[in-house]
Design a protein around this ligand. Structure first.
Ligand SMILES: [Zn+2]
Length: 684
């Protein structure tokens, strides 16, 4: 069971047993050979494809690099209409498109990198059926122009890549993913395929439940990989670079070193270079050309070692990565397993080494605390909905632009999105549609020349549109409010007309200022317990995240086989079924008798004196004087001292003050305890 493209799968991976006969005329293996050039399916693929062709929505859980994508790619060829693939990362999309192109399968994406005309070409090809696979990000669904388009073409199957993002129990929960089931219903898509590499039992059932996938249609291949040698090495921060250098020099072949911060990626890469290692930094702070170049150099072997933040890896399909080293603590067991999963996809022995101590623990935890909104911030959001729904002429409608609300409520954008999804799930708000507040138009021909191309009736319509455009020198902005006062004009028709003009290269159209419109249930909105209920939700979430970090530390300190524990965590019971030695894998540091004990290796910076703290707080208060509508919260002071960012800080010079991050090494809860009495004192 090998395929020519990448890897031999691991011989101990258990086989999915029963596969019912598919009902298409051509055997699946012939299609596999014909389109992809592979002679055999890898575990789980055939069962998944067969289910899909029998119109059974499915969930496929395969380890990274074991051919998940092929399940939808081959199926899409056999389905009558479009296959719509939702993927969280542009890099993943580009990678899969390149693969499909190589195989001669027409696929495309609609994303922010496309120019107006290119997007138009894609839409035309989807409409005439020449494109069978369309890939988009989940955010694309908010785009009014995209929704209008996708509602007008028949879709055979929805594929959700990295589907664990849909589960709130998952490690990578993306609030927008929660809306996918309702999009699926609204678009009448009859078939769904969810794909993921990492899912605990809870996450698995949660995902299946949200799309009404039957338990028997969950296809899971083994998680355990016998060719990965796992080690946890307890090391002090002072010794880390030395240890890293030693390890890297003792390894053959390509490797990835993972760090938490962009800054560390550069510092560590530079250190390795100075020691004569062919290493290079990679993080999201580099521009896309630089990142692409580094990726390419790594793929081709020109760079041996990449020192990267977690931005690196998704969509990298290099089968011979010989080692993955965690220089800093990963974010969770799920992240850890995803990151080590990039090693040894060719089935050959590869080393996964974690250099661990507890020095960075507070930093990791403080990231979590920074994301929990304050009760008063949640109240601000609720009040702003109340104010707008009662004052607007359109009662019960609420219009949202994310950034201004994030600023006024002092809630970061990601938690704010989570809050909105929670309001949706409580039945307080219901999304109606989204539109762009700003339509900018540039004429490529004189106005009259454009009008002359159309018949009288259309001309009359276009004249009304043109009259509503306020032209400056080159660009004009469309005033929808004025235009739509004429009740005979519908917004959709205006957009279609502008799209058409753009398609004909008569104008250039640019849209921005995404505005989401919600229906508001005023009764649910005024429920007295609402704010508290939402706040409890976030506290609960915070607690879960902190526990996730604790679970990770416990995992690294285990005194029983790491491979067994990791497999069980992801609901693979291969060791319990006596398929392999149930006593231990024989290729992890614990099986070799080295149990790691993690410790704080650096003396924490002592607390600054109360006088210093009082001075910092005064400086902070002064800096924000007159810049907020309401009094500062205890949490804002604590975040400032802890060096955790919040929207309020971004608009001011707060981060440049000497007190910012003054106590970043301390635990957040200790900082709160310390600041509370000082605050009372300094206010006297
Ligand atoms: Zn072991």
């Amino acid at each position: 069971m090998t395929d020519s493209s990448s890897s031999q799968h691991n011989p101990q991976e258990h086989q999915t047993n029963q596969v019912s006969q598919n009902n298409s005329a051509i055997p699946l293996t012939s299609l596999l050979q014909q389109y992809f050039g592979f002679s055999h399916f890898r575990p789980g693929q055939e069962q998944t494809i067969t289910q899909l062709l029998n119109r059974q929505s499915s969930l496929a859980i395969f380890p990274t690099g074991s051919g998940k994508s092929l399940c939808y790619q081959l199926t899409a060829l056999q389905l009558p209409h479009l296959t719509l693939v939702v993927s969280p990362l542009l890099a993943l999309i580009k990678d899969q498109l390149a693969f499909l192109e190589k195989k001669g399968i027409k696929a495309a994406s609609i994303d922010s990198t496309l120019k107006g005309r290119e997007a138009q070409e894609v839409m035309t090809s989807v409409r005439d059926g020449s494109i069978k696979v369309l890939m988009v990000s989940v955010e694309r669904f908010k785009n009014e122009r995209f929704r209008q388009f996708i509602e007008s073409v028949p879709v055979s199957m929805l594929v959700v890549d990295e589907a664990h993002c849909i589960s709130e129990w998952g490690h990578n929960f993306r609030p927008d993913y929660l809306k996918l089931p309702s999009y699926c219903k609204a678009l009448n898509i009859p078939l769904v395929l969810l794909l993921t590499a990492t899912a605990t039992k809870k996450v698995k059932l949660d995902m299946a439940n949200k799309f009404a996938i039957q338990p028997e249609h969950i296809v899971q291949t083994g998680f355990y990989r016998a060719n990965l040698d796992l080690s946890v090495v307890s090391v002090s921060s002072a010794q880390k670079n030395n240890k890293l250098e030693q390890l890297v020099k003792s390894q053959q072949g390509a490797g990835i070193v993972y760090v938490t911060l962009q800054h560390s990626a550069e510092v560590v890469a530079q250190y390795l270079q100075q020691q004569g290692v062919n290493a290079c930094a990679y993080h999201a702070g580099f521009d896309s050309d630089t990142r692409a170049q580094i990726q390419q150099d790594f793929m081709s072997g020109n760079i041996q070692v990449i020192v990267a933040t977690i931005a690196f890896g998704m969509g990298i399909d290099k089968s011979d990565i010989r080692f993955v080293i965690h220089y800093d603590l990963p974010k969770s067991i799920e992240n850890y397993s995803q990151e080590i999963g990039r090693a040894g996809r060719d089935g050959h022995l590869s080393h996964c080494i974690t250099l661990a101590n507890l020095d960075g623990l507070n930093t990791v935890e403080n990231f979590v605390y920074g994301d929990t909104p304050e009760l008063s911030s949640i109240e601000t959001v609720i009040n702003s909905i109340k104010a707008e729904t009662s004052s607007s002429s359109d009662t019960g409608k609420w219009e949202l632009q994310l950034l201004p609300l994030s600023n006024s409520s002092n809630i970061k954008q990601l938690p704010l999105k989570t809050l909105l999804v929670q309001l949706e799930l409580c039945g307080v708000i219901e999304p109606l549609y989204a539109y762009f507040a700003d339509f900018k138009i540039k004429l490529l021909q004189p106005q009259q020349a454009i009008l002359d191309l159309f018949n009288q009736q259309r001309q009359a319509f276009l004249i009304k549109i043109f009259q509503a455009i306020d032209f400056k020198k080159v660009w004009g902005s469309l005033n929808f409010d004025n235009l739509l006062q004429d009740k005979s004009i519908e917004r959709n028709r205006v957009i279609s007309a502008l799209e058409y003009l753009q398609e004909q290269q008569l104008i250039i159209l640019e849209t921005k200022g995404m505005t989401e419109v919600f229906n508001v249930d005023l009764h649910a909105l005024t429920k007295p317990s609402l704010t508290q209920q939402l706040s409890d939700y976030f506290k609960d979430k915070e607690e879960k995240e902190i526990k996730r970090i604790a679970a990770l530390i416990r995992f690294f300190e285990l005194d029983t086989c790491l491979s067994i524990n990791l497999s069980r965590y992801f609901d693979d019971n291969i060791f319990d079924n006596n398929q392999v030695n149930s006593k231990g894998c024989g290729h992890c540091s614990v099986c070799r008798g080295q149990i790691a004990k993690l410790y704080y290796s650096q003396d924490k910076k002592p607390w600054p004196s109360d006088d210093t703290l009082i001075a910092s707080i005064k400086e902070f208060t002064l800096c924000l004087a007159g810049k907020t509508d309401k009094p500062l919260e205890l949490s804002s002071y604590c975040r400032f001292i802890a060096g955790i960012s919040e929207p309020l800080f971004a608009r001011t010079q707060v981060k440049k003050l000497s007190g910012f991050a003054l106590c970043e090494q301390q635990r957040y809860s200790d900082i709160c305890t310390k600041i509370r009495p000082i605050l009372r004192l300094s206010h006297k």
